[in-house]
Design a protein around this ligand. Structure first.
Ligand code: SAM
Length: 333
């Protein structure tokens, strides 16, 4: 079952992501005579075999229905068995972009953990790129190897069982990007420097929950000649959308004067007509224009929670480029 490609019909042995609701999905491997039960009823695998990915399926006892989705790295991140803390899609997409991953590039990641990020990296660099994934926990290595092979990434991801902080990556002149999700990434920075392709620039990212870790990582990156060191934090901000009634300046002024005359507190120049409840569909712009003198506005919620980690990025400069900069500096002195 490959995550990279897309197949139309479900067969025995396939991984299917069963979608109940947006917050409730589960992975199942289809087997002949298998049965899947949940609060929506009983689903026989034999009835699933032959259906199209994406189909809606009613349970055999008619208690409800589910959707049968094709696996993708994004869905896998939402349903995978957690063996460690994992990266989620907001961080994954930002890091993938900032590390300039694309088909054909070679990447190092450590540790592998639960393989959440590994799936997205493999899909991005396929079919000719390589992901060298390092993990020092033997059982996690074994499980990751089986999962990567089952998901069609066996040729793209090369698993290594190693403590990269003590033994390094033992790779030279090989990769375009390095991603470190380790408690002490600074201990792996010197070895990462050797692993970069030595004739082009490369990108590194260290993912650390604490600012003290960031400080030590930055010191190690500077000591090893990395440039453009920048730290980001990826936070999700919710926007609540509501229709507001437009009000002209003269009406607002008149309203304010009347309120002052009556000794009432002042209000905003726009009044909230009504707030949408969570389940109510947001009206289209046309509906709003037609219904009344309303406009759709969005407000961010006051508090933004959801700190995962700080993302420290830096650029590797090849030795030839450093020599050029040094000699240009020497001439100008
Ligand atoms: C938070 S998990 C990584 C999660 C992963 N990024 C994901 O998205 O699933 C960190 C992993 O690093 C591994 N690790 C910690 N120190 C290590 C080291 N020095 N060498 C190799 N792996 C290490 C741990 O065993 C753990 O599995």
């Amino acid at each position: 079952m490959s995550f990279s490609g897309y197949k139309k019909f479900i067969e025995a042995g396939d991984l299917v992501i069963v979608y109940m609701t947006r917050d409730n999905m589960t992975p199942i491997y289809i087997s002949e005579n298998g049965i899947f039960n949940n609060r929506f009823g009983v689903f026989h695998h034999n009835d699933i075999i032959g259906k199209q990915f994406g189909s809606k399926m009613v349970s055999s006892n008619y208690r409800g229905f589910v959707y049968l989705l094709h696996p993708t790295p994004e869905l896998w991140t939402l349903v995978l068995p957690h063996r460690t803390q994992i990266l989620y899609i907001a961080d994954i997409s930002f890091i993938t972009t900032m590390l300039e991953m694309k088909p054909g590039v070679n990447v190092i990641e450590s540790g592998t953990g639960s393989g959440s990020f590994s799936h997205s990296i493999a899909r991005t660099i396929a079919p000719h790129g390589k992901l060298y994934s390092f993990e020092y926990h033997q059982e996690r290595v074994n499980l990751a190897k089986v999962e990567f092979a089952d998901h069609g990434y066996g040729d793209i991801i090369q698993m290594h069982h190693r403590d990269v902080c003590k033994e390094g990556f033992q790779m030279k002149d090989a990769v375009n990007a390095v991603f470190l999700d380790l408690p002490a990434p600074w201990d792996a920075v010197a070895s990462a420097k050797e692993a970069f392709k030595q004739d082009q620039t490369g990108k590194i990212c260290c993912f650390s929950p604490c600012i003290e870790q960031v400080a030590r990582t930055v010191t190690a990156l500077e000591a090893n000649g990395f440039i453009d060191i920048t730290m980001y934090e990826c936070l999700i901000r919710e926007h609540s959308v509501a229709p507001l009634q437009k009000i002209s300046f003269s009406d607002a002024l008149k309203d304010a004067q009347e309120r002052r005359a009556k000794g009432l507190p002042s209000v905003d120049s726009v009044a909230i007509k009504r707030k949408l409840s969570k389940d109510e569909p947001v009206p289209t712009a046309n509906e709003i224009e037609e219904a009344a003198n309303l406009m759709l506005v969005s407000k961010t919620v006051g508090e933004t929670r959801g700190h995962t980690s700080y993302l420290t990025f830096a650029t590797f400069l090849p030795p030839t480029a450093i020599q050029l900069v040094d000699s240009a500096n020497a001439k100008s002195d």
